[in-house]
Design a binder for this molecule. Structure first.
Ligand SMILES: [Fe+2]
Length: 235
């Protein structure tokens, strides 16, 4: 194995058998992963409201919609798998890796359930009923690591007909759950996103993207570590 490839595999969370969890300690300056607040989600939902743009402008008031912390496109029951898209899915192949950490102990969390969902290249989410494209759940490994393969999400217009100028920055939605820790609902953004004027864009949550080629197959990859906070209500 060439050293470059080995280095990538280690960075990508592959080949973990030789690493083990014992030597892993969260870096001292790490902070809990930033969540998406209900207020921010509410702002998006207002933009997505069914009211025509003219009506909103004329009355000067926005339709209030109950915030949903998971966003409007979350669907329960997506399959457990490490590949989010179907074979031949249009888009740039993307490998997302990272590790789940406990903020209190600074140790990796094994067995955390992670759920990801994102748009396709048509700016659409699968319906999450019969079609689970670009949705999936997986479990962090014994060293807290995770890795999923799919396509890179693109910026999209949540309400292309009603608010055609309102763009969301590209993102993976992420839900992370582990007993004893606060469930985390957030988004993974991309450094250099052309739509980072989106008010929900968070530089702290933005990953660097690297282009890679292995065995003649090119893809992009990024690392997003997830830091969970202890739930004070749990024992
Ligand atoms: Fe979204």
């Amino acid at each position: 194995m060439k050293s470059g490839r080995r280095k990538f595999l280690q960075q990508a969370g592959l080949g973990l058998a030789a690493t083990g969890a014992a030597g892993l300690v969260l870096r001292a300056d790490a902070r809990p992963t930033l969540a998406v607040t209900a207020e921010e989600v509410g702002r998006v939902l207002i933009q997505m409201g069914a009211m025509p743009k003219e009506a909103m402008t004329a009355k000067g008031e926005l339709k209030k919609i109950t915030p949903m912390s998971y966003g409007p496109f979350y669907k329960p029951g997506s399959p457990f798998r490490g590949k989010l898209c179907t074979m031949g899915e249009a888009g740039t192949p993307f490998v997302l890796t990272g590790r789940v950490w406990a903020f209190d102990t600074k140790r990796p969390i094994a067995g955390a359930v992670l759920e990801l969902w994102h748009v396709d290249t048509q700016e659409k989410y699968s319906d999450g009923v019969n079609d689970f494209r670009n949705r999936g759940r997986l479990i962090s490994s014994e060293t807290g690591a995770y890795e999923v393969e799919g396509i890179r999400p693109i910026p999209y217009r949540p309400n292309a007909s009603g608010a055609p100028d309102f763009w969301r920055c590209a993102h993976f939605h992420l839900l992370a759950v582990s007993p004893g820790y606060k469930p985390l609902v957030t988004e993974i953004h991309f450094q250099g996103d052309p739509r980072k004027s989106d008010p929900m864009y968070r530089p702290e949550n933005a990953i660097a993207v690297e282009k890679r080629e292995i065995n003649g197959k090119s893809f992009e990859t990024g690392v997003f570590d997830i830091v969970l906070e202890r739930d004070p209500g749990s024992k």
